[in-house]
Design a protein around this ligand. Structure first.
Ligand code: APR
Ligand code: PHB
Length: 394
């Protein structure tokens, strides 16, 4: 088999890249290790920046999003038992975010790919990439017991943190930066009315909590928990009790509880691999970087990597210009480090660290107090949260 681009991984990054390339007339095949149902079973954040909405519109997958997504113009910060609104729109000349689950973004991308009749090999085993230090790379895998080889011009490594692409790069050619946080997030999804119309990020002496949502009738809540906790240790009852304990009295009263429809614990990590291009191999999304979820930047960063990568690949395949591919890594990394910094900072500000002590709590509360009372402080949070413009710093 032959195609112009082999995309490894059919998560949001791979599917979005496939769609953008298709729109520009570049052929691509996607090779994915899991089944479509497995891919759709992963629950992740759901806050989309305007830049991401623009890329999804370019990909032609914004119809349901525009109908069902919830526009949010602010969120609450809760600390010392009191809530304070960060007015995103007032602080950023009218910008806003859209609350729409990553699962739904993935579903829309899958449907668009299927409707366009594009080739995806799901449940591909033993995926390997070859010759990416040359102009003739290829990808091999086994599907239904048959060994397949796809020859191509470029390989896009969109295969997530545990994928094969980054792992195939010689150790001497790549540098990895990593911090693992000493706690996790216990998440619960429930078909209950959200406690508040906007998100609430909570700093409490008992640890961080987040009240989020998927729709007017589906809530998503998180609690900071020790890494030693197991999800089986947390009954629904225990979860709701602890969440209530971290909320302010008004929210506590508003909270509607119900059976969880999903419950899981995720570790928190900051990670960046540099560079993101190796000859004819390009990494994008979680294959190249991970942010802790506090700033909701994961999917948004993946979307901008993919935007830069599709532009670069189209330039290379259609216009025969190398400018885009030569600048890909540098362009992505400038944006990635800004989002990494914001996610690390917001995580550090909102969570209880094992060694922070009472003085650490006081420092966090004083910083939060400063941020909500200073217009420049609030603006700093707001402009990072809604997402920096694509050309920021250029
Ligand atoms: N071969 C083929 N596919 C693979 C392989 C492999 N060896 N290894 C992993 N994959 C697939 C995974 O099964 C998964 O479907 O690659 C896909 C990677 O998807 P994601 O992990 O969702 O990564 P990405 O598409 O970059 O999405 C980034 O996900 O984690 C969130 O916050 C993050 O929202 C961001 C988004
Ligand atoms: C979510 O809804 O899952 C969510 C929202 C905001 C975050 C993280 C997760 O910062």
């Amino acid at each position: 088999m032959r195609t112009q681009v082999v995309i490894v991984g059919a998560g949001p990054s791979g599917l979005l890249l496939g769609q953008l390339l298709h729109k520009a007339g570049v052929d691509a095949i996607i090779v994915e290790r899991q089944s479509p149902d497995y891919v759709l079973g992963r629950i992740r954040a759901g806050v989309l920046e305007q830049v991401t909405l623009d890329v999804l519109a370019q990909a032609g997958v914004d119809e349901r999003l525009n109908k069902e997504g919830l526009v949010h113009t602010g969120f609450d910060l809760l600390f010392k038992g009191q809530r304070h609104r960060i007015d995103l729109s007032a602080l950023t000349h009218g910008k806003k975010v859209m609350v729409y689950g990553q699962t739904e973004v993935t579903r829309d991308l899958m449907s668009a790919r299927q409707a366009a009749g594009l080739t995806t090999f799901y449940e591909a085993a033993d995926v390997h990439i070859h010759g990416f230090d040359s102009a003739k790379p290829s990808v091999t895998f086994t599907k239904d017991g048959q060994q397949q080889t796809v020859h191509c011009d470029f390989i896009a490594g969109c295969d997530g943190f545990h994928g094969v692409c980054r792992a195939s790069v010689p150790k001497s050619s790549i540098q990895e930066f990593e911090r693992v946080y000493p706690f996790g997030w216990l998440g619960v999804l429930s078909d209950t009315r959200p406690v508040h119309e906007e998100l609430i990020y909570v700093n409490s002496t008992r640890g961080f909590a987040l009240c989020s949502q998927r729709s007017h009738s589906r809530s998503r809540y998180y609690l900071q928990v020790p890494l030693t906790d197991k999800v089986e240790d947390w009954s629904d009852e225990a979860f709701w009790t602890e969440l209530r304990n971290r909320l302010d009295p008004a929210a506590r009263e508003q909270l509607v509880t119900g059976a969880s429809i999903e419950k899981s614990i995720a570790p928190l990590r900051s990670f960046v691999a540099e560079p993101m291009r190796f000859g004819t191999l390009f990494l994008a999304g979680d294959a190249a970087h991970i942010v802790p979820p506090t700033g909701a930047k994961g999917l948004n960063l993946a979307a901008t990597d993919v935007k830069y990568l599709s532009d670069a690949l189209v330039e290379a395949c259609v216009e025969k210009s190398r400018a885009g591919i030569d600048h890909y890594s540098e362009r992505c990394l400038a944006r990635i480090w800004r989002a990494e910094r914001f996610s690390w900072w917001f995580t550090s500000l909102m969570h209880r660290f094992p060694d922070q002590g009472e003085i650490g709590q006081k420092f966090q509360e004083a910083e939060l107090d400063y941020l909500i009372h200073s217009e420049s402080g609030s603006r700093t949070i707001a402009e990072n949260y809604v997402g920096l413009p694509l050309n920021f710093g250029e």
